[in-house]
Design a protein around this ligand. Structure first.
Ligand SMILES: Cc1ncc(COP(=O)(O)O)c(C=O)c1O
Length: 456
């Protein structure tokens, strides 16, 4: 029998996170104070995040120890399996070998608890008594609710309205773990009330929800905000995924030619790919593909600029590929990919040609997800379908070229609570949406007054 799954033993779980900042050919450009255009120091972030996480955010140490208490909680579902997709390979009649890292086995159903556990731990150690966050598809809100429940930490989640309506079961899941969940924009914050007054029927956006969650944190006592993606420390917590995958591929005696992940803010993609990008920086040949929706084409059509992380422009300016912080993406089902920007770390690596971005349409991605479900059994999250669409394309290309490529992608989550999107797909209600160039250019005009990052 040919090996199908590589399991690591409990004691083989990585003990350190990998920080790509130690190896990047171009050092990161600093976040800026929008009022002065000057770099901000760690103190400016203190009302929003606990200092121990801010220290991680700015660290350039290559390896950072994972605390024992975090490892103990991660062991609830980690190490996760690495699986060879024989069924999909046979269906495609490809000579390519396709592997996927199954992050859908966490209690919340995605990769998100990898950082949620770590963040709640550091908040608790710092003496924080309550946390707030936003959620798009509901995956992050559930992950943080799960993590908060393990540490006895109260949590309020601002959930993007369109997903709140499309995915009620996510809210029930958050409630089961003790998290409070409200639709965003909400009447609970100044910013939410302002948006509701101007656009009562808005589907909401991650940018708006982030603004609400930050406002709540900085105006409430002993409360901090937690972000499920984008920031350096969040991406670093996810590298346990790629570090495990490297060990598991060795068990198969393999190394990938192509590594693929979908990108919303960039965390699952970074988690899988950064350890391989390290190899690439030191000379290995590996193609790294970052996949986004054509409805929110941040990396493929947005410029690299300084922009705010949220719609209300409350965060520092971050250097990233962006469609402008006021851009509200079309309400596609991959809610977790509806973000105007992209992690600064991923952005800089795209700029340095270490990562190749690509965009797929909603219909292309559902077709890929259904093919995967019917050949490998797991019904993927709509976000994950983007990575699968690219993996299938690469496997088809290998067939055309008659080459035995090794493809690795991140199965970032399952879609069992996202079935309404599949229903729309099967009933022919899913429309393609092409984003007019004019809309992008209009959204970017708000960024004209701000400093520009170096692009060389
Ligand atoms: C299953 C899944 N994959 C991917 C994403 C995109 O986020 P990120 O780019 O941070 O991995 C999300 C976000 O909610 C998600 O739920």
């Amino acid at each position: 029998m040919k090996p199908k799954i590589a399991f690591l033993k409990e004691e083989e779980i990585p003990r350190q996170w990998y920080n790509v900042q130690a190896d990047m050919p171009t050092p990161m450009q600093p976040p800026l104070n929008p009022a002065t255009g000057e770099p901000i120091g760690p103190d400016a972030l203190a009302p929003v995040f606990p200092m121990n996480l801010i220290e991680q955010e700015v660290s350039t140490e290559r390896w950072i120890d994972i605390p024992e208490e975090v490892l103990e909680k991660l062991l609830i579902w980690r190490p996760t399996p690495l699986i060879r997709a024989y069924g999909l390979e046979r269906h495609l009649q490809t000579p390519a070998k396709i592997y996927y890292k199954n992050e859908s086995v966490s209690p919340a159903g995605s990769h998100k608890p990898n950082t949620a556990i770590a963040q709640v731990y550091y908040n608790k150690v710092f003496g924080i008594k309550r946390m707030t966050t936003e959620t798009g598809a509901g995956q992050w809100g559930s992950a943080l609710s799960f993590a908060c429940s393990l540490f006895g930490m109260p949590l309020k989640v601002y959930m993007v309205r369109i997903s709140f309506d499309q995915k009620p079961y996510r809210k029930f899941l958050m409630n089961s773990w003790g998290g409070e969940c409200v639709p965003s924009p909400s009447p609970d914050t100044n910013f939410g009330r302002k948006v509701l007054a101007e656009m009562p029927d808005t589907p909401g956006s991650l940018g708006i929800a982030i603004s609400e969650a930050i406002e709540d944190a900085v105006t409430s006592e002993n409360t901090r905000y937690s972000l499920g993606s984008v920031l350096n420390h969040v991406l670093m917590h996810q590298t346990i995924v790629g570090l495990e995958a490297q060990k598991q591929l060795q068990m198969f005696g393999d190394y990938p030619d192509i590594v693929i992940g979908c990108v919303g803010g960039g965390s699952n993609f970074a988690g899988l790919s950064f350890p391989f990008i390290r190899d690439k920086i030191y000379g290995k040949e590996v193609k790294v593909l970052a996949i986004e929706p054509t409805a929110c084409p941040t990396m493929t059509r947005g410029p690299f600029l300084y922009d705010f992380g949220d719609t209300a422009a409350t965060t520092p300016l971050l250097p990233m590929y962006t469609l402008g912080h006021t851009f509200i993406p079309a309400p596609v089902h991959a809610g977790g990919l509806r973000y105007h920007g992209c992690a600064p770390l991923v952005s800089q690596l795209v700029l340095d040609n270490l990562i190749e971005p690509r965009a797929y349409t909603q219909l292309q991605t559902y077709e890929a997800g259904v093919t995967f479900a019917r050949t490998e059994g797991i019904v993927p999250a709509p976000e994950t379908n983007h990575a699968i669409a690219a993996a299938i394309d690469e496997a088809k290309k290998a067939k055309e070229e008659g080459r035995q490529k090794t493809i690795l992608f991140n199965l970032s989550g399952h879609g069992l609570l996202d079935l309404s999107g599949y229903d729309s797909y099967f009933s022919g209600k899913l429309a393609e949406y092409s984003l007019p160039e004019e809309e992008i250019q209009n959204a970017l005009t708000v960024l004209a007054p701000y400093p520009k990052p170096k692009t060389k």
